[in-house]
Design a protein around this ligand. Sequence first.
Ligand SMILES: C[S@@+](CC[C@H](N)C(=O)[O-])C[C@H]1O[C@@H](n2cnc3c(N)ncnc32)[C@H](O)[C@@H]1O
Length: 356
Amino acid sequence: MTAGTGEGGRGWRAAAQDALYGPEGFYRGPGKGPVGHFRTSVHASPLFAGAVARLLCRVDEALGRPAVLDFVDMAAGRGELAAGVLSALPAGVAARTRVYAVELAGRPAGLDHRIEWRTGPPERITGLLFANEWLDNVPVDVAEVDAAGVPRLVLVREDGTERLGEPVGGAQAAWLARWWPLGSGEGEEGGEEVREGVGVGEGLRAEIGLPRDRAWAAAAGTLARGLAVAVDYAHTAAARPPFGTLTAFREGRETMPVPDGSCDITAHVALDACAAACPLPGARLLSQREALHALGLSGARPPLALASTDPTGYVRALARAGEAAELTAPGGLGDFGWLVQPSGIEDVLDGRRAPG
Ligand SMILES: C[S@@+](CC[C@H](N)C(=O)[O-])C[C@H]1O[C@@H](n2cnc3c(N)ncnc32)[C@H](O)[C@@H]1O
């Protein structure tokens, strides 16, 4: 914690909500949008949109090729994924597809007129809802264990200095106990006993993912039939980061989180909790590496023999392999989590299927 003295400050959730989405918020202004500050899989390579287009085609088949197929790019940034998927679809599928870009920022100039720009998802989706790096930007409160072993809300001032507030209570305390036990180990079988005056786990921190669970349940709940997918930096109960992951990005660099609208404020997502929050059965978590492999993307180098028979093709295949390797890299984008939530269709990301 950046130690602060005195009073003032509010919970990280309210502070980040204004800093990101208020009238002067980081995400509301004109300009390049997220791509000016960090690179997501969407910006890393058009192969990503191509893989999502193949996923949409599989959903289309599983749905029995409906007359109208929906594709929802949830938290669309500047609509780059929506546009990329539309241009990668076979013409016959594209002609039946309604593409929605759901985003709080305004519609960018020059976006394909076939893409409908909206601030919320349509009510009943038959198709694919895809949320790339949305949930990590849904603001959350932060808890930190004090010297007595009690998890308290972290309050932050506009300059980024923090202090501890009230003990975490109510639904937030219940969420911590179930998904990210801290300090006293309350709610945890075999949790450590707290003795008066003795701090247990002082300084441990957690991001309270409740608003993300609710946001995901609401978005996935718009699915009449099809698939909802959330892709993000993620962790699960087996390996929560002991001090949380709250951080910020500005112009390509990681920086101290300051809720003044000057930077992106983000924290990794407890995707297992999001999965459980959605009442639909059949949710599955896999890594981006597994998901993209199942969609036929591979970072394998092309055969060297191609270099002599088709040098141009070889160079193109090599560049493609490099981009695929970045999207699936261990320790990088390949470790992202994919939360896959089918509704009324089979598992179309089963790795045993033939890719394509
Ligand atoms: C990290 S960017 C990701 C952009 C894009 N999906 C990509 O992968 O490049 C997060 C985006 O989520 C948008 N966002 C956050 N909450 C939202 C909400 N409730 N509805 C729509 N967009 C939202 C932000 O405005 C921002 O553009």
